[in-house]
Write a protein of this length. Structure first.
Length: 425
């Protein structure tokens, strides 16, 4: 039977991926049966005196620690940098290996490993990079982590409060390139499991007093990293279904969330084909204000909501949960007027969709260097939330995580290798 093909021009089928996982799991179990071998490798490759970013030897270990006969890490992406925030959030940087030249790429550069100076005539050879973020939750009775995934290199939507939007769209990720982020994140959590960390007394991030040294396993996935899911819907839907497949990653459907700014009303229907919860980056119910925040918007909020309603009504009640996301920016969209407009907008939808659970998630703005945008004061966010809750709309305020390492919502952005400065030993 077919395993994960090194030629990733073709979309990855669920059956081939399932076979690959079965083969890899068997190899993984055999290669990790000896704790003595693990400890020897740890001692050889993981000195404890490190800055918070992993050194080259530690990065090498993440590729060598679990034997991988299928060549996944040499055909899709390699791990090149890891950073941890003071709150324990871990940001991983992956270099895509450009074996596939297809219509998903918005870069005609050839593949090359030489870090040469930029060439003035646009002939520079380079790789693309993507970021994913592991957010650990240690305060839960059963600690776990959320993984924030990217769907594109850059983004064409140009949201004015988002660093990724400043990049423009460079590449749409294939199904493989989306799944490799989960692969590496789960590998990180295995290597940095509580058992390994406590048994071997290791701290890859230099024991800086930032709290726990270990990473809980991933039980929740959000497509809220770099890129617009709606502009790469086919790959996103396929990746989600593989993640939810019990023979693959076996992530529960209600633990996978796809976020979209909604480039058009029909995109909700397309994304609803995934085994996942839908989230809409609303940011404002008022058309004029939303156009300011999402300048590529071509449809009214009414038209977009109609598309969402149609998509949700075709789903089973088990998947009729919907999340609205609002980035809270001081004196832009955090006032009483904006809260009341959003409450009415939500209630109208709730009245029309039987069995739908709608939740609003208020996200404090994270600094990206915008000349006038500032994070909404706590009292503004609380007043905004109260208006929605009083109207009967479930509303939460997202806890800001990873902002000291530019790993928070809206802060993800990568540059080409010639412009990057990696933290090294």
């Amino acid at each position: 039977s077919q395993v994960w093909d090194h030629n990733i021009n073709d979309a990855l089928s669920r059956s081939s991926f399932s076979t690959m996982l079965t083969t890899f799991k068997s190899s993984h179990d055999e290669s990790t049966s000896s704790s003595t071998i693990q400890e020897e490798i740890m001692n050889q490759y993981m000195p404890t005196n490190r800055r918070r970013a992993m050194g080259n030897k530690a990065l090498t270990l993440l590729s060598d620690f679990y034997q991988n006969p299928l060549g996944i890490e040499f055909s899709i992406a390699s791990l090149v940098n890891v950073q941890r925030s003071n709150d324990g959030t871990v940001k991983i940087l992956l270099k895509l290996l450009n074996h596939n030249k297809n219509s998903n790429s918005h870069d005609d550069d050839d593949d090359d490993d030489n870090n040469t100076a930029p060439q003035s005539q646009g002939t520079q050879k380079s790789h693309h990079y993507i970021e994913a973020v592991i957010i650990p939750w240690y305060d839960r009775s059963n600690p776990s982590s959320t993984l924030c995934l990217s769907t594109q290199v850059g983004c064409a939507q140009g949201c004015t409060f988002c660093a990724t939007g400043k990049m423009g769209l460079l590449k749409r990720l294939s199904t493989d390139e989306i799944l490799i982020q989960l692969y590496y994140a789960k590998k990180m959590c295995r290597v940095l499991s509580r058992q390994n960390v406590e048994k071997m007394d290791m701290d890859l991030f230099d024991g800086d007093g930032a709290g726990e040294k270990w990473l809980p396993d991933i039980d929740n996935i959000v497509f809220m990293g770099m890129g617009e899911s709606g502009d790469n819907a086919d790959a996103v839907v396929q990746a989600c279904n593989i993640m939810a497949d019990r023979q693959c990653f076996a992530i529960p459907q209600n633990k996978i969330t796809i976020s979209t700014v909604a480039p058009n009303p029909g995109i909700f229907k397309k994304l609803a084909g995934a085994d996942a919860v839908l989230a809409w980056s609303v940011h404002a119910a008022n058309d004029e204000l939303r156009k300011k925040l999402v300048p590529t918007t071509k449809f009214s909020m009414f038209e977009l909501r109609e598309g969402l309603i149609e998509a949700v009504m075709d789903r089973s009640k088990r998947l009729r949960a919907v999340m609205f996301e609002v980035t809270m920016i001081e004196d832009v969209n955090d006032g009483i007027k904006e809260a009341e407009e959003l409450a009415i907008f939500c209630l109208e939808m709730m009245d029309r969709v039987d069995g739908m659970k709608l939740v609003v998630n208020l996200i404090p703005f994270n600094d990206i260097g915008h000349r006038s945008y500032r994070r909404s004061p706590t009292e503004n966010v609380a007043a905004f939330q109260k208006i929605l809750v009083d109207r009967g709309v479930i509303t939460y305020v997202r806890t800001t995580r990873g902002d000291d390492e530019n790993a928070a919502c809206g802060q993800l952005a990568t540059k080409k290798v010639n412009a990057m400065k990696f933290r090294k030993e």
